[in-house]
Design a protein around this ligand. Structure first.
Ligand SMILES: NC(=O)c1ccc[n+]([C@@H]2O[C@H](COP(=O)([O-])OP(=O)(O)OC[C@H]3O[C@@H](n4cnc5c(N)ncnc54)[C@H](O)[C@@H]3O)[C@@H](O)[C@H]2O)c1
Ligand SMILES: [Zn+2]
Length: 369
């Protein structure tokens, strides 16, 4: 079990459990979080509902507690105000109160919208993240960032609202597609490149086992990624000191590609391309050596992420899109850079840095990529 100790807003500690079969045994984790739960609302999407809602409902029956199951169509398109309003109205109609506990059962979309609903319902109620995608297990369920999308951009309306616990049942990964698995694995690789060389090489050595969903290897990867993310969040819950910025390695270019592809390229894959470019920038700036760059490139290429996929994007459009990124400062895009596998570049206590357009162009168009 990993604990996350938050001190910035109000002091809280919440546990993250990563195990197989947790959905079948809520008695082991639910009451420990909060003893005065009046009712439970499971929020999920239609596809996760099909696979797992009934398992969870059945195991909650044992606890004899009023439970409501709410779901919405799967996918990013549902992460909006309309879905949030639908969830709130259903909860109000069922007389959910301040002691209602939300269980966010699903990937990052469910986690973000259910978390944000918890943050504002009756000025804030408790919730538990039950991530079912690898991306949600290694990244989005930890840290308390919740949000919805608007027509003006992604994640523009939201709140920092920490869950009571994160319950990752690894068995849920059995039904996840290979594409979604890789999508999440790239976020784990991002965390390892910036923080933990040993885990990067462990991932490299065990790649086939990961892709074959070997439970022990997956558990190790998830544990380590979560441990690192939790320690970053503990130091900088609300992105004030800048340490949490580390999580944005690969994301300046990644977000630009995601946007320019009209979100047809999945987030993790776009971040994979972003990692290639931002690692190349690090190399061009003399921070990262060629051998390590090649190791990053080779691992991502085994996952189907290669630089030639960037060819269809106009470099001027990419540069323009990077300025729209939330990390931009005074119209200048900011980049997280690395000094080696497992080591992020920190200069004058800053974790993200401006980079000239010339170097970005050179990195995107680099022959060696
Ligand atoms: N809050 C944060 O800190 C944070 C961090 C990163 C990403 N995010 C957000 O996370 C979202 C992406 O998350 P995601 O990649 O998990 O997407 P997602 O929630 O849309 O899930 C991807 C697809 O997998 C399906 N699915 C989920 N679990 C499954 C399972 N066990 N078996 C079979 N299918 C399953 C879903 O129904 C969906 O169709 C984005 O909205 C992004 O903005 C948030
Ligand atoms: Zn990401």
């Amino acid at each position: 079990m990993i604990n996350v100790k938050i001190t910035e807003s109000k002091a809280t500690v919440y546990p993250i459990l990563i195990q197989s079969g947790l959905l079948n045994e809520p008695e082991k984790w639910l009451w420990k979080m909060k003893s005065d739960i009046s009712s439970i609302v499971i929020i999920t999407d239609n596809s996760v509902k099909k696979h797992y809602a009934h398992t969870l409902l059945r195991s909650l029956e044992k606890l004899k507690i009023k439970t409501l199951l709410l779901s919405f169509p799967a996918g990013e398109k549902s992460k909006n105000q309309k879905t949030k309003q639908y969830l709130e109205e259903k909860m109000l109609r069922h007389a959910c109160d301040r002691n209602t506990m939300i269980l966010a059962l699903g990937g990052g979309v469910v986690g973000d919208i259910a978390g944000f609903t918890a943050a504002t319902y009756m000025r804030g109620i408790s919730y538990i993240q039950i991530p079912t995608t690898l991306l949600a297990m290694v990244d989005s369920s930890v840290g308390g960032k919740t949000a919805i999308d608007t027509q003006y951009g992604k994640n523009l309306i939201g709140a920092f609202w920490q869950p009571q616990a994160v319950i990752a049942d690894i068995q849920c990964l059995n039904t996840l597609s290979r594409k979604q698995l890789i999508n999440g694995l790239i976020e784990a690789i991002k965390i390892f490149i910036t923080n933990d060389a040993e885990s990067f090489y462990y991932t490299q050595r065990n790649l086939q086992k990961i892709l074959n969903k070997d439970e022990n290897v997956l558990k190790k990867i998830i544990n380590r990624a979560v441990e690192i993310k939790a320690s970053i969040v503990e130091k900088d819950e609300k992105e004030k000191s800048g340490e949490r910025m580390i999580c944005n390695f690969g994301h300046t270019i990644g977000h630009a590609i995601e946007m320019l592809s009209d979100y047809k390229i999945l987030h993790g894959f776009a971040v994979g391309l972003g990692i290639l470019v931002e690692a190349k920038i690090s190399q061009l700036r003399g921070l990262l050596d060629e051998e390590q760059y090649n190791q990053i490139q080779s691992l991502l290429s085994e996952l189907g992420v290669t630089m030639d996929q960037l060819k269809k994007f106009d470099i001027n459009q990419i540069l323009k899109a990077t300025i729209l990124d939330k990390k931009s400062k005074s119209g200048k895009a900011q980049y997280v850079l690395v000094e080696g596998i497992g080591r992020v570049h920190v200069k004058q206590n800053k974790f993200a840095h401006p980079v000239t357009d010339r170097i970005v162009r050179q990195a995107v168009q680099s022959e060696k990529c």
